[in-house]
Design a protein around this ligand. Structure first.
Ligand SMILES: C=C(O[C@@H]1C=C(C(=O)O)C=C[C@H]1O)C(=O)O
Length: 246
C-alpha cells in the first residue's frame, strides 16, 4: 500500500501531534511534510497530499472533505497565538494587513471586525504597506504582546462574540481514508498529547511566553460538538462576508 501523504503545521501548536506520529508505528505508513498553514491548505486542496492539518476557513475548497480525527487545533477563549496587533483602539482601525501564513485567522479577523465590532475595514496582504493593525499568528507572535499598544486575542474575542470555543485547524482528508488508518492515526495523536511534558522539555525557552500554559491550557485539542458548531457558524459568517450588499 502507498504511504498516506500528510501536511502538518510547522508551528509549536502541532508539536505534540508530531511527537505522537513520530513515536508510533504509523510513521512508517505516512510521508509527513511540515508547512505553514496556508501551504497545508494549498496541498490538501490541490491533492498534493491526502490529508492535512487544514485551516478550517479553507475546508469548503477541499474536494470530498472529511474530518478524520478526534483532535484539532482549538481554544476556548484566549489562545495566545492568534492576534490582531494594533497601533489604535479597535474602534479606530481603518486598515489591516493580513498574515500570509494564515487562512483561518485572516477570515476570523474579517468576521470579528464586521459582525462583532461592526466596522468597515480595508484589508491588504502587501507587506510593504503601513496599516493601523496587523493579523499575526503562530510562533512569530510569541513574546510580542508587549511590542504593541493594542492587542486583541481572536480566540478570546470569538468567545466574547458567540460564547463558543473555536477550532482553527482540523485533520481533513480529500479522499476516503480506511477506518483502520483513522484508528491508528487517532491513537498516535492521543499518544502525543499525553506526552506534552516530553515535548516541552525539547522546546527552547521563549522570553515573555509561557509554553507550558500554551500547550496545556490555551490550546485545546478535542473536536467537541461545540467546536463543530463554532466551525459551522464561522463558515456561515465567512459566506456572509462574500455577499455584496445592494
Ligand atoms: C492557534 C493557531 O492556529 C492556527 C491558525 C491557522 C490559520 O490562521 O490559518 C491555521 C492553523 C493553526 O496553526 C496558530 O497558528 O497560532
Amino acid at each position: 500500500m502507498n504511504n498516506i501523504k500528510i501536511s502538518a503545521v510547522a508551528y509549536t501548536n502541532t508539536k505534540a501531534f508530531i511527537y505522537g506520529l513520530e513515536h508510533s508505528d504509523i510513521i512508517n505508513k505516512i510521508d509527513l511534510s511540515l508547512d505553514i498553514p496556508s501551504e497545508c491548505a494549498a496541498k490538501v486542496i490541490s491533492g498534493e497530499v491526502d490529508l492535512g492539518l487544514m485551516p478550517v476557513a479553507a475546508i469548503p475548497f477541499v474536494p470530498n472533505a472529511n474530518i478524520v480525527a478526534d483532535y484539532c487545533i482549538g481554544s476556548d477563549g484566549a489562545v495566545n497565538s492568534v492576534f490582531i496587533f494594533s497601533d489604535v483602539p479597535v474602534a479606530e482601525i481603518k486598515t489591516l494587513r493580513l498574515d500570509a501564513h494564515s487562512r483561518t485567522s485572516n477570515n476570523l479577523a474579517k468576521v470579528l471586525l464586521k459582525f462583532h465590532w461592526k466596522l468597515e475595514v480595508e484589508f491588504t496582504t502587501d507587506p510593504t504597506v503601513k496599516t493601523d493593525a496587523i493579523v499575526l499568528i503562530g510562533d512569530r507572535t510569541f513574546g510580542k504582546k508587549e511590542d504593541f499598544t493594542f492587542v486583541y486575542d481572536m480566540g478570546e474575542e470569538w468567545k466574547n462574540f458567540t460564547g463558543l470555543p473555536f477550532m482553527y485547524a482540523a485533520w481533513v482528508a480529500n479522499k476516503e481514508i480506511s477506518q483502520e488508518f483513522k484508528t491508528e492515526f487517532n491513537a498516535a495523536l492521543k499518544f502525543g498529547l499525553a506526552h506534552r511534558s516530553e515535548v516541552l522539555k525539547d522546546l527552547p525557552q521563549i522570553p515573555n511566553f509561557d509554553l507550558e500554559d500554551y500547550l496545556y491550557h490555551k490550546l485545546q485539542f478535542d473536536v467537541t460538538d461545540d467546536r463543530k458548531k463554532a466551525m459551522n457558524l464561522f463558515l456561515a459568517y465567512i459566506e456572509q462576508l462574500e455577499k455584496v450588499s445592494v
